[in-house]
Design a binder for this molecule. Structure first.
Ligand code: NAD
Ligand code: MG
Length: 407
């Protein structure tokens, strides 16, 4: 049975829900706190977490009367204690404290840590059968099939918070699995949509950080420019909804109004539309199985006038092609794809490699891993984390030669 609930059964309960936000100080965290702020009487905040931003975390914990606050950086515990002095908010530091935050008994958890670091905390929420709004796509990509298997086993409900997957989640309820032909996830194309390969190769950090439609955290903004984000999302869709790579298409749609579509056997295509504002999919996850009031701008299609579409270019954006390759290879390949990309993005931000080298490093790391013959299905978090660590190490050793090689 799928852990994503595809049919909407209205709830009858209107009790106060307890919620936890992992990655509360980030871009998704911020949007989530905005929604909670708008209906303070409906939610009790159980736990909030951050990586290093102690002051931002403490401010939110005090504002929402959280029961627990955790910072990932273990050296920040005293700073957090000081910031929470005089309150009754418990606190902790280090990876174990983030996991503890996820394990505490909240009905609904937003998983919005950035990167594979979010895997263990997300699993801690999944294992106790919580409703988990999943924004942190890298943790799903890193864990492979077993994340959803574990969710199904624990009776956890996974609510896709990524805008495209949330659109599919909303559209999939229009038919049955046997009637599904394919899903289509849209991509804005990012800031380099119309650029020639040679210019993409040399793109600067400032250029990569200028997303045309969405305001997001740094890592995902760079992933959007390389279209690695869409690659991660193809993998995310495959695991979330148990789809084969051939059942997932990407369509470039520069206006970011249609977020995802599902085609059924009768050739009906059901789409979800909305202004590009993450508070809409997050509100859908927060309200599920009901609908709450969302703060995004009302969609004015007459004003927008035109919606346009293009096929994705796998040559200029090789990161997208590599995602399909990783999915077809399976057995940890998507873990390697994600780990190498995290290393590559960090190296690009640090000025160690060119923008064009991001995909080359991912490809070289995947090739090296396939040649090693070390391919086995992932059956536990430790398996995934071990493949992730090995791939990171491999990517780091390949960095100097990738940095030297021009395209
Ligand atoms: P962000 O960088 O703005 O925020 C990340 C949050 O995670 C912060 O609170 C940070 O303190 C915390 N964090 C980072 N590293 C951590 C670590 N090692 N341990 C514990 N906490 C850590 O990122 P974001 O844009 O909010 O994205 C969060 C996740 O949501 C990512 O997986 C991203 O791909 C996904 N996502 C984001 C958007 C968006 O619009 N921002 C849309 C769809 C999906
Ligand atoms: Mg998305």
């Amino acid at each position: 049975m799928s852990a994503v609930p595809l049919r909407n059964n209205k709830s009858v309960a209107s009790a106060v829900r307890s919620v936890t936000v992992l990655g509360a100080t980030g871009s998704i965290g911020d949007s989530t706190m905005d929604l909670l702020r708008a209906s303070r009487d409906r939610y009790q905040v159980e736990a909030l977490t951050a990586n290093t931003n102690v002051q931002g975390l403490a401010k939110l914990a005090k504002e929402f009367g959280a029961r627990f606050a955790a910072v990932a950086d273990p050296s920040r515990l005293n700073e957090l204690k000081d910031a929470l002095a005089g309150t009754r908010i418990e606190c902790g530091a280090g990876e174990s404290a983030i996991i503890e935050a996820a394990a505490r008994p909240a009905d609904w958890v937003m998983a919005a840590v950035s990167g594979a670091a979010g895997l263990k905390p997300a699993l801690a929420a999944v294992d106790r059968g919580a409703s988990v709004a999943l924004a942190n796509k890298e943790c799903l990509v890193c864990a492979g099939d077993f994340f959803m298997q574990r969710a199904a086993k624990a009776g956890a409900c996974i609510l896709p918070a990524d805008s495209e997957h949330n659109a599919l989640f909303q559209a999939l309820g229009s038919g049955n699995r046997e009637e599904l032909v394919r899903v289509i996830i849209t991509a804005s194309g990012g800031p380099f949509r119309t650029w020639a390969s040679a210019d993409i190769e040399q793109a600067t950090l400032a250029q990569a950080l200028k997303h045309p439609n969405w305001s997001m955290g740094q890592k995902i903004t760079i992933d959007s420019a390389s279209m690695m984000n869409k690659g991660l999302e193809v993998i995310e869709a495959s695991y979330l909804f148990a789809l084969a790579p051939e059942e997932i298409d990407v369509l470039v749609h520069p206006q970011s109004i249609i977020h995802g579509m599902v085609e059924f056997s009768d050739r009906s295509v059901v789409a979800q539309l909305g202004s590009p504002d993450m508070r809409t999919p997050i509100a859908h996850c927060l309200g599920w199985p009901d609908r709450i009031v969302g703060p995004a701008a009302k969609l004015d299609l007459a004003k927008i006038g035109q919606l346009t579409f293009e096929a994705p270019d796998f040559e200029r954006f090789p990161g997208l092609r590599l995602a399909y390759d990783a999915l077809r290879t399976g057995r940890g390949a998507t873990t390697v794809y994600n780990a190498a990309n995290e290393v590559a993005v960090a190296a690009f931000i640090a000025g160690k490699i060119r923008f064009g080298a991001i995909a080359r490093l991912v490809e070289a790391t995947m090739d090296a891993w396939i040649r090693s013959g070390n391919l086995a299905p992932l059956t536990s978090a430790d398996d995934a984390i071990s493949v992730d660590h090995n791939a990171r190490n491999k990517a780091v050793t390949l960095l100097p030669q990738i940095a030297l090689k021009a395209s």
